[in-house]
Design a protein around this ligand. Structure first.
Ligand code: AMP
Ligand code: MG
Length: 339
């Protein structure tokens, strides 16, 4: 244990303390509207290297750089595509990351060795105040051990990062609950690299030309050339084995009644779906946004209850639910049973 990890509230004093640590090249976990981030000075290679060590993150998986103003963006990229400006107008501050050609100030460790950088302007007030207070763009991936479910509370962060970082700022339960939408620009259009709360339908209000990258919903070969390195890795997985069940409510109920045992848990949309069955179950919400908000918390809770196997009801594949589907598909290692 390198550090005694402190959880601090989001008061002015705590924010000033966190900003001080960031200015000294330390790593601090901060709340954002998507999930908790593990933040460090994006321009300081040594500080960013500490993020990779704390998470156990593969070094070729680039980090998203968080800013608080458009002025901050200018120094970080070589060029801002006109479509990026339109997207910034429509969705920033908010849960959208845009990939752009990186300026030399961004060290290779931050961009995973790529010539591009992903930038996001969060809407969470505490995140914004911390960025403003330290005056630095912050590299901040999700504050979990690489591969495990992303953290949506300060307690989740502590469970993964205790002893690995000096400080966590507690901003309550993350409102969105899943990571940002990641997009790149090409041929006057948008390529979706990771779905999030800003949906394909939202992006289409800016341009009709939105392409969903193949890696969003398909398992890629180990040696595939990917548009976004994060697509290659196992992600969001609890210790329990997760299997998706793509079915209607009746077929799901029937499947559950034939596969229940004490080590098995079922993730359903609402309690009513499995009413009357004597099985271990946990609901993760009926609406797209509820599912996004609860998914990672539920995956962590299931582990804490000692589940060995989890059969999860499959979300929709449109709107915000596409992002929920993308995450849960990866936690399940792409195993889906279609009924
Ligand atoms: P996380 O930090 O855990 O939210 O993951 C960040 C995601 O953004 C990963 O899937 C990365 O592969 C992706 N990403 C970040 N920067 C870039 C970039 N320059 N090009 C493509 N994908 C990126
Ligand atoms: Mg992550």
């Amino acid at each position: 244990m390198k550090y005694t990890t402190r959880i601090l509230d989001d008061s002015k004093e705590s924010v000033a303390f966190a900003a001080g640590l960031l200015n000294q090249g330390e790593v601090v976990a901060i709340p954002t509207e998507t999930v908790y981030g593990l933040a460090a000075n994006a321009l300081d290679a040594d500080a960013v290297a500490k993020i990779f060590i704390a998470k156990g993150r593969p070094s070729d998986n680039p980090l998203i750089v968080h800013i608080a103003s458009m002025d901050m963006l200018d120094g970080l990229v070589r060029e801002i595509p006109p479509l990026a400006l339109k997207c910034a107008d429509a969705f920033w501050p908010g849960p959208l990351t845009m990939i752009m050609p990186k300026a030399d100030v961004i060290p290779a460790v931050t961009s995973g060795g790529l010539d591009t950088v992903g930038v996001r302007m969060p809407s969470h007030m505490t995140a914004r105040t911390i960025i403003e207070k330290c005056g630095l763009p912050l590299a901040a991936p999700s504050a979990n051990i690489s591969g495990s479910p992303s953290p949506t509370t300060a307690k989740h962060v502590l469970d993964d990062m205790d002893g690995r970082i000096p400080c966590i700022i507690d901003g309550g339960f993350s409102a969105v609950g899943i990571e940002s939408t990641v997009i790149a620009f090409e041929n006057d259009g948008i390529r979706l690299l990771r779905p999030g709360f800003i949906s394909v339908e939202d992006l289409k209000t800016v341009t009709d030309n939105v392409l969903i990258d193949e890696g969003v919903l398909n398992m890629l070969d180990n040696d595939a050339v990917v548009a976004s390195p994060g697509m290659k890795y196992k992600h969001y997985s609890p210790d329990a084995e997760v299997i998706l069940i793509d079915s209607d409510t009746d077929a799901f109920r029937d499947y559950v009644s034939h596969h229940a045992d004490s080590d098995t848990w079922f993730m359903t949309f609402s309690d009513g779906d499995l009413e009357g069955l004597d099985v271990n179950f946990i609901s993760y919400g009926t609406t797209d946004s509820e599912q996004a908000h609860l998914l990672f918390d539920v995956l962590r809770r299931i582990d804490n209850m000692g589940a060995k196997t989890v059969f999860a009801r499959c979300p929709k594949k449109t709107g915000v639910a596409l992002a929920v589907y993308n995450r849960i598909l990866r936690s399940a290692g792409f195993r889906v049973i279609k009924l």
